[in-house]
Design a binder for this molecule. Structure first.
Ligand code: Z5A
Ligand code: MG
Length: 227
């Protein structure tokens, strides 16, 4: 039985549609579980909650909502699980999370309605911050060749190109935000070339994750997004 760390690590997988986030989240989860490392999985949107059901209906184009409203619902969907995330981490269990606030900002800020980036970021300010963001990068062209592309409303190449640009901006800002603070309080953002085989991407992910899931655990307190 592995020793429980002082607190668990919060690991978020982000990236464009079909970059392989869910595939890699499942692989990572398996890898951790096979080593008896305590871990819990979250996925956003969490389509099970009442708010998540509204989001699901919107994504499947079964209902229509104002761009601001759907953005706030995505954020509320994270807030309704924020206390659970904290409890899990404080109990010494790691979290692997498939998409988080970065998806929220990237998708809304890329819409033709041109909602300002800062407006998009505001509702998620002070959510539990990840310790590690694994950003899976892929060209929209390559993503298009993968299974299931185009089934939901945001999966068009032009939109995906804009989404990629907003992710790049967030990466720069996430790296810069902490420059006046202790660097150890900054979430670590790692960009991974997701255009390679599932195995190669998984191997690289493990190289970045392993230092975060040591028995000694994470000693710094849980951070707050953009604070
Ligand atoms: N959204 C938002 O607007 N605001 C928010 O706050 C949040 C989300 C949280 C649904 O999300 C939408 O919600 C999404 C963003 C928006 N946009 N759209 N549309 P979702 O997470 O539920 O989406 P999804 O249905 O899980 O798809 P995905 O995340 O886009 O895919 P993925 O998880 O990145 O990829 P995958 O399912 O692992 O793999 C896709 C296919 O590629 C599959 O057939 C795999 O077998 C294959 N695959 C995976 N990896 C590889 C490699 N390496 N090589 C070849 N083939 C591969
Ligand atoms: Mg997915």
């Amino acid at each position: 039985m592995a020793t429980k760390p002082s607190r668990g690590a919060f690991i978020v997988i982000e990236g464009l549609d079909r970059s392989g986030k869910s595939t890699q989240a499942a692989t990572l989860l398996e890898r951790l579980q096979s080593r008896n490392i305590p871990v819990k999985f979250h996925k956003f949107p969490d389509r099970v909650t009442p708010i998540g059901q509204m989001i699901d209906s919107y994504l499947r184009s079964k209902s229509d909502l104002d761009d601001h409203v759907i953005h706030l619902l995505f954020s509320a969907n994270r807030w309704e699980l924020a206390a659970t995330v904290e409890q899990t981490l404080n109990s010494g269990t790691h979290i692997v999370c498939d998409r988080y606030a970065f998806s929220g900002i990237a998708f809304t800020a890329s819409k033709p309605s041109q909602i300002p980036f800062e407006w998009c970021r505001t509702p998620d300010i002070s959510l539990p911050a990840p310790d590690l963001i694994l950003y899976l990068d892929i060209s929209p062209n390559k993503a298009k060749e993968r299974g299931g592309y185009g089934e939901e409303r945001y999966e068009q190449e032009e939109m995906q190109t804009r989404v990629r640009e907003v992710y790049r901006r967030m990466r720069e800002e996430t790296m810069a935000v902490g420059s006046n603070r202790e660097s150890e309080n900054r979430p670590q953002w790692v960009e991974i070339d997701a255009g390679r085989s599932v195995e190669d991407v998984g191997k690289e992910i493990w190289i970045h994750v392993e230092p975060f899931v040591q028995p000694s655990g994470i000693s710094k307190p849980i951070g707050r997004l953009w604070m």
